[in-house]
Design a protein around this ligand. Structure first.
Ligand SMILES: [Zn+2]
Ligand SMILES: [Zn+2]
Length: 342
């Protein structure tokens, strides 16, 4: 089969390798679509060190089961599936302590090492606990969005406690995660504003339904948000950019008893925060780690079609052109979600 192999920093090659053989507890999936994540781009550029070279990246895949191991009971050949990014051990102190799967001490992420290959290939394998059937009314490309949708969903619904029509949401960062988080909040009927320096991304946010889009480099962001929220500040702030100034500004725009959820990451940064604002506004701040193993709920949300998550897909490339896809993903905001279609 063909596979995109990240051999080193700035060294991605499409190579012919043997298709994986599914073990007794695995299925073999023919990949139909695989999203390019900023994590993939950053590992390629060397600004993210999560991967161990060489490896097949791609943790946002969707496809069809073409073979099942002998121990597989709930899935069959022909099923359309997506796979969670990681598998948990079920036996560590956190797993046994009833903590959520994302806390597993022996968690194994796929798309980050040779032993745990991802979906930028014609085929990949997955164990049954990672798999979810794709609702009939979702295309493979839409289903491949479930991982980045889950990141915002996990942050908004699981770590920040949810979003309702009476909320006033401000989202920092108009990359794919910020856009999909915006759609998740709009699906709940909440007014939501996007904070994003790139004009192209501000336009896209408004096309997707943002009620306002602010340039943080233009005038006072705090004043713009106060105007947007009739003087009250945001009841929910979602930080998706990982930017130092954005992280600090979350405390400027949040309102009294507001909630801040930090999703965006940037390796090893220490950011000064004006914690007096945290105290005087009685703010709750939560961190939210990745997609949180919540695919089932976002898949249902997406299948309701209250909002159209697929609008975030701006470009498609065949597997052979993975380098062009990464190049575009590394650009300055001219793309949103890029799909590899093997
Ligand atoms: Zn991702
Ligand atoms: Zn565990």
């Amino acid at each position: 089969m063909k596979a995109a192999i990240l051999r080193d920093v700035n060294d991605m090659r499409v190579e012919e390798i043997p298709a994986p053989e599914p073990a007794a507890d695995e299925v073999l999936v023919r990949v139909a679509a695989c999203g390019v994540c900023a994590t993939d781009v950053n590992m390629w550029r060397g600004t993210n060190l999560e991967g161990t070279f060489p490896f097949v990246p791609g943790h946002e895949w969707a496809g069809e089961i073409v073979e099942t191991g002998s121990e597989i009971t709930n899935f069959a050949v022909g099923d359309r599936v997506v796979g969670e990014v990681a598998e948990t051990c079920g036996v560590c102190a956190n797993c046994k302590g009833g903590l959520p799967p994302v806390s597993c001490l022996n968690v194994r992420y796929y798309g980050f090492s040779w032993q745990t290959p991802g979906g930028m290939a014609d085929y990949c394998t997955a164990k049954e606990p990672r798999l979810h059937k794709i609702p009939d009314n979702l295309s493979y490309e839409e289903a491949a969005l479930v991982e980045p949708v889950s990141i915002g969903y996990h942050g908004v619904w699981e770590t920040a406690g949810g979003v309702l029509p009476h909320d006033r949401v401000v989202i920092f960062g108009g990359g794919p995660i910020g856009m999909l988080t915006l759609l998740t909040c709009k699906a709940a009927g909440a007014p939501a504003a996007m904070v994003e320096p790139h004009p192209h991304r501000r336009d896209m946010a408004q096309e997707l339904g943002a009620d306002a889009a602010f340039d943080p480099l233009e005038g006072s962001l705090e004043e713009q948000v106060l105007e947007f929220t009739q003087g009250r500040g945001a009841s929910l702030v979602v930080e998706c950019s990982g930017n130092d100034a954005a992280r600090a500004a979350t405390l400027d725009v949040v309102g009294f008893r507001g909630r801040i959820v930090i999703i965006g990451i940037r390796a090893n940064r220490t950011v000064p925060l004006e914690l007096d604002k945290f105290v005087f506004k009685e703010v709750t701040m939560a961190g939210s780690d990745g997609s949180g193993f919540v695919f089932a709920k976002p898949l249902e949300l997406m299948s309701r079609r209250v909002v159209d998550f697929s609008k975030v897909i701006t470009h498609r490339f065949p597997l052979e052109e993975v380098n062009q896809a990464l190049e575009l993903g590394a650009g300055q905001g001219e793309s949103s979600k890029i799909m590899i279609v093997p």
